[in-house]
Design a protein around this ligand. Structure first.
Ligand SMILES: *Cc1c(COP(=O)(O)O)cnc(C)c1O
Length: 356
């Protein structure tokens, strides 16, 4: 049981205009913090006013990126209940990431309890406009003030909250994707399966290159042969070929195991679709498109839920999928998942967790 000390803020901020929230620009009145030291373990759980951290410039995270993060949301149901979506999955993933980064384990229950506590404390910040939600960003940083290359002996676990706008303000727009064949996001034996900032830092250049050419995101291929499909932007990727749903398997360790990905696989199977997790070569997708068998493609992640792919540019070969429109499977997944997340429909047992 976490014993959480609370220091309320003395000046509550004005809430932002719910029609102009965007993503990750506004933060709530408080944050959750907890320290780790060798000997003491995780201790001093507290909710304090949202504010700057004071750290030595020698703090390890600044130099060697020993850190991790999670991403999830709190949703308001039509009855005004606060809902989390499968937080146990985030807790498990956090510890798989921690293990890879040699960050000490955080008990799953403490993680979920901390998320619930801060969301409840700042629940007046959960926006009410359709499609809006409260984005939750838990993260852990190495805090030893030490320049030696060695795992830190102290850490800070923090949770900050940000009210976010509807991802699709004017209908779901399929995105244009550039197939990246030079830069790689992750390799076998690397940190692809771990949710760490370093993966993002190294992918920025590919993202920038795609944007300069008028594309929204990058399709990442495997880091060894540049032949097999890994992810799209910071999302997992699905293809529908001849009615069969394909998604890259997690076996190589270069793919982030998304909660949305897992939820899509579960729902699709429950609806009777054939879903296959395996290696998928780019060549196979190009061929399926040429033969008119590529029905639709989409990315999955907490922010967008489903992001349909309208165009894939492979070295100048522009493949237009489903006439650049959202496909029926993408639409059905989007409608079903958002209904469950916002409490308009009942999902499988345990998916919706009430914060009370
Ligand atoms: C977080 C993340 C995802 C999506 O995971 P969800 O749990 O569905 O939000 C996919 N790919 C990468 C690289 C990520 O960091």
């Amino acid at each position: 049981m976490l014993n959480i000390r609370i220091t309320p803020t003395q000046n509550k901020k004005e809430k932002p205009d719910q029609t102009k929230l965007g993503f990750g620009r506004y933060f709530t009145d408080h944050m959750f913090l907890m320290d780790y030291n060798e000997g003491q373990g995780w201790h001093d759980a507290r909710i304090v006013p949202f504010g700057n951290l004071s750290l030595s410039p020698a703090t390890m995270v600044f130099h060697y990126a020993q850190e991790m993060f999670e991403g999830m949301k709190a949703y308001l149901s039509p009855e005004g209940k606060i809902l989390l979506f499968r937080p146990d999955m985030n807790a498990k993933r956090l510890n798989r990431t921690n293990q890879r980064m040699i960050i000490p384990e955080l008990p799953e229950k403490d993680f979920v309890d901390a998320v619930k506590a801060i969301v409840k404390y700042d629940s007046d910040w959960i926006p009410t406009a359709p499609g809006t939600s409260l984005y939750i960003r838990p993260f852990i940083i190495a805090t030893d003030p030490f320049l030696g290359v060695h795992p830190s002996e102290s850490y800070l676990f923090a949770i900050i909250l940000s009210p976010v706008g509807a991802y699709y303000a004017s209908g779901i727009n399929p995105v244009k994707i550039f197939v990246e064949k030079h830069y790689t996001r992750a390799v076998r034996g690397g940190t692809g399966y771990a949710k760490v900032g370093g993966n993002y830092a190294s992918s920025l250049i590919g993202q920038q290159k795609a944007e300069e050419m008028g594309y929204a995101q990058v399709l990442w291929l495997d880091g060894i042969e540049h032949k097999y499909i890994d992810e799209v932007g910071a999302m997992n990727v699905f293809f529908v070929v001849d009615g069969e749903v394909l998604t890259p398997s997690l076996d190589e360790g270069s793919i982030l195991p998304g909660v949305t990905r897992d939820s899509c696989i579960h729902l699709l199977k429950s609806w009777g679709y054939k879903v296959t997790e395996r290696k998928i070569s780019l060549e196979e997708i190009v061929r399926a498109n040429e033969e008119g068998r590529l029905d639709e493609a989409f990315g999955t992640g907490t922010a967008a839920v489903i992001s349909p792919i309208g165009e894939l540019n492979d070295d100048g070969n522009k493949m237009i999928l489903n006439e650049g429109k959202i496909g029926p499977i993408s639409q059905k997944l989007y409608d079903s998942l958002t209904a469950i997340q916002w409490g308009r429909a009942e999902g499988p047992e345990g998916w919706s967790v009430i914060v009370d």
